[in-house]
Design a binder for this molecule. Structure first.
Ligand code: FES
Ligand code: FES
Length: 184
């Protein structure tokens, strides 16, 4: 049986009908349309579904949505500000740390949690911080480099990527779901 719960995602509050068994990854992707969160293995092995809950990385494929009531959830869609990429996102782009991109949202959110608690990690600490995130394209070297560079950029006060390009004529600017009730 479904019940209506409130979820706070990327600063927006959503009223979402869920069953007690609904997984956070499925609610984010299917009910809120936040498909940046990826579902890989679905059993806690790959880290592709990583999101932040109250600033801590969690595997959304192993987390019940109902358990996240009253907590702050951050997905990859919540990192950019005013159309500018977060420095970690920008660093992944700049360092070629994205191949197919499937692991990237989870990697970036794990990296954000790492840099929030340790702003100047060693290479070893970066590797440990990302140990739960698998890249099937095996681009680990560039990923570790990108996180190190992001840490330096953040320390230097480079807080955002370049401004967004104007959309071409006729091209939608793109929008995230607005506040409000989400239909089942
Ligand atoms: S999809 Fe959650 S760990 Fe793989
Ligand atoms: S870039 Fe393809 S899985 Fe990591």
């Amino acid at each position: 049986m479904k019940q209506l719960i409130e979820l706070q995602v990327n600063g927006e509050t959503y009223a979402v009908p869920v069953t007690p068994c609904d997984l956070l990854v499925d609610v984010l992707r299917k009910k809120l349309g936040l498909t940046g969160t990826k579902k890989g293995c679905g059993q806690g092995d790959c880290g592709a579904c990583t999101v932040l809950v109250d600033g801590e990385p969690v595997l959304s494929c192993l987390t019940l949505a109902i358990a996240c009531r009253g907590k702050k959830i951050t997905t990859i869609e919540g990192l950019a500000e005013n159309g500018r990429l977060h420095p970690i996102q920008q660093s992944f782009v700049d360092h070629g740390a994205i191949q197919c991109g499937f692991c990237t949202p989870g990697m970036i959110l794990s990296a954000k949690a790492l840099l929030d608690r340790n702003p100047a990690p060693t290479e070893e600490e970066i590797k440990r911080g990302l140990a739960g995130n698998l890249c099937r394209c095996t681009g680990y070297k560039k990923i570790v480099e990108a996180v190190g560079a992001a840490a330096r950029a953040l320390a230097a006060g480079n807080l955002a990527g370049p401004p967004p390009e104007e959309p071409a004529a006729g091209e939608p600017a793109g929008a995230l779901p607005a506040n409000g009730e989400v239909k089942s």
